[in-house]
Design a protein around this ligand. Structure first.
Ligand code: TYD
Ligand code: MG
Length: 448
């Protein structure tokens, strides 16, 4: 008897696949995320194919499509490659639909641009388009049936098509529910085929979860040509677009936007965002790593005298133990007395940092608040603080320094011995005490 194609279960978080159902995924440890998937089709017999040498492969130097959003073109590596497949991930509300509708509006001026919406009605899209302006020529299809979407793409062959979102597409051939790993993977695989055959460049919108993974669509990352991540907090105006993967360009490029009443505005000089705090007492810019990617964050501190026997150390976005340690090292080794002061630290933008590379900037913000002296203008900091008051090099120094350079900062305060090639001046210090004297402006004299 031929062995029946086995049913298998796939984890919606990490894509781990197993032959039996489990309550907890052994790979990522999530609970209740394993779902049954339809068995994979058995491999049929196929004929051998002729081979080519690379020298014989013909390449058409395809002209890139300008999206009309310069920050998006930059992250894509100089525009959209025709017939490519781009996954755009981001949390709900970050502005994915807005960004892509703006791109479609600009593209529709001289090419065919189609929006397939599964999340919003055509009327909702029209209202949004009215706010953004210029989207009259964009074609629209409200459809969640995968077969219908593919058939339409084959017939209409638009130059660019946005699928908003890939999680809403549904194919009756796949047993599982819309949004499941099986559905999302099937949708992407079929769209990839149709897109390449019909010459349609596709943007797939994918929602990500709070912890930053593209839920479900994570399994698509190897399939698509580019993975763009759109990040930012819906309560704050700034958004950052990055390429996590790009087959046609570098992944170091970064696009910065500001959400306004009329859509997303590119921020050509992003240091302006961080420069706002320049000269403010109690603020420092950290270059922290989020996963493997560097991110510039503003750290704010307030030091206020108290009569409490146990002064308060309150951190928002920083680990309380780490904060207590930094306060102790500042008092003991850097001559910043904090024994009778409450210390409050906040990471601006509602971000959490949980890596020691941000220590130095946290210490600098507290020292600045305690001394009443601002951090030098255009200066960021990264580095780990040891219990003896020495600074230890942080991991991935070069990427961090390059991020500072990219965002237009002039100098970075780093632990002595940090090696990094970047267009930014590295100010080295071996101890926290020296870092503070190098990083802070002179305090205004009390007598004046
Ligand atoms: P949206 O693009 O719908 O986010 P996503 O597709 O990632 O879920 O919109 C994000 C937010 O932006 C939404 O809450 C409303 C706001 N917004 C503006 O502030 N200005 C605008 O011009 C538009 C269109 C949206
Ligand atoms: Mg949306």
């Amino acid at each position: 008897m031929a062995k029946a194609a086995a049913v298998h279960f796939t984890c919606a978080e990490c894509g781990y696949s197993t032959g039996r159902w489990l309550g907890r995924c052994p790979s990522c440890g999530s609970f209740g995320t394993l779902a049954e998937e339809a068995p994979l089709a058995a491999n049929g017999q196929a004929e051998a194919r002729p081979l080519l040498r690379l020298a014989e492969v013909e390449v058409e130097d395809a002209e890139r499509i300008a999206t009309g959003v310069p920050e998006l073109d930059r992250v894509l590596g100089g525009g959209l490659v025709p017939a490519s497949l781009v996954l755009v991930g981001g949390e709900p509300g970050v502005g994915k639909s807005t960004l892509l509708l703006m791109a479609l509006a600009a593209i529709s001026r001289d090419r065919r641009a189609l929006l397939v919406t599964g999340e919003e009605s055509t009327a909702q899209v029209k209202l949004r388009a009215a706010r953004l302006g210029g989207a009259e020529q964009v074609e629209i299809l409200a459809e969640t049936n995968l077969e219908a979407v593919c058939a339409t793409l084959e017939r209409e062959r638009p130059d660019v098509c946005v699928i908003d979102s890939v999680q809403t597409l549904y194919s009756a051939d796949v047993g599982s529910a819309p949004g499941s790993v099986g559905q999302v993977r099937e949708a992407a695989a079929r769209l990839l085929r149709v897109g390449k055959q019909s010459g349609v460049a596709l943007f797939l919108v994918g929602h990500v979860t709070k912890d930053g993974s593209v839920a479900g669509p994570r399994v698509l990352e190897h399939l698509v040509d580019c993975v763009l991540q759109f990040e930012g907090d819906r309560y704050h105006a700034h958004r950052v677009l990055r390429a996590a993967k790009n087959r046609f360009g570098s992944t170091n490029e970064l696009g910065v936007f500001e959400m306004t009443g009329t859509g997303l505005q590119g921020v050509p000089d992003p240091s302006a965002i961080f420069g706002r705090s320049a000269g403010e007492v109690g603020a420092a810019v950290a270059c922290a790593l989020e996963g493997t990617r560097p991110l510039l964050l503003e750290i704010q501190a307030l030091v206020s005298p108290t009569d409490l026997a146990m002064p308060r150390r309150v951190g928002t976005g920083v680990d309380p133990k780490r904060l207590a340690m930094i306060v102790a090292v500042l008092s003991r080794h850097a001559g910043i007395a904090l024994g009778s002061a409450d210390v409050f630290v906040n990471v601006a933008g509602g971000v959490r940092i949980d890596e020691p590379g941000a220590d130095l900037a946290v210490a600098l913000a507290i020292a600045s608040a305690a001394r009443g002296a601002p951090v030098r203008a255009g200066t960021a900091a990264f580095g780990e603080i040891g219990l003896t008051g020495r600074l230890r090099p942080a991991t991935q120094a070069e990427r961090r320094a390059q991020e500072c350079a990219k965002l237009g900062l002039a100098a970075v305060l780093v632990p002595a011995g940090t090696k990094a090639r970047a267009k930014v001046s590295l100010v080295e210090a071996d101890t926290l005490r020296r870092a503070i004297s190098a990083g802070l402006e002179e305090a205004p004299s009390k007598a004046a």
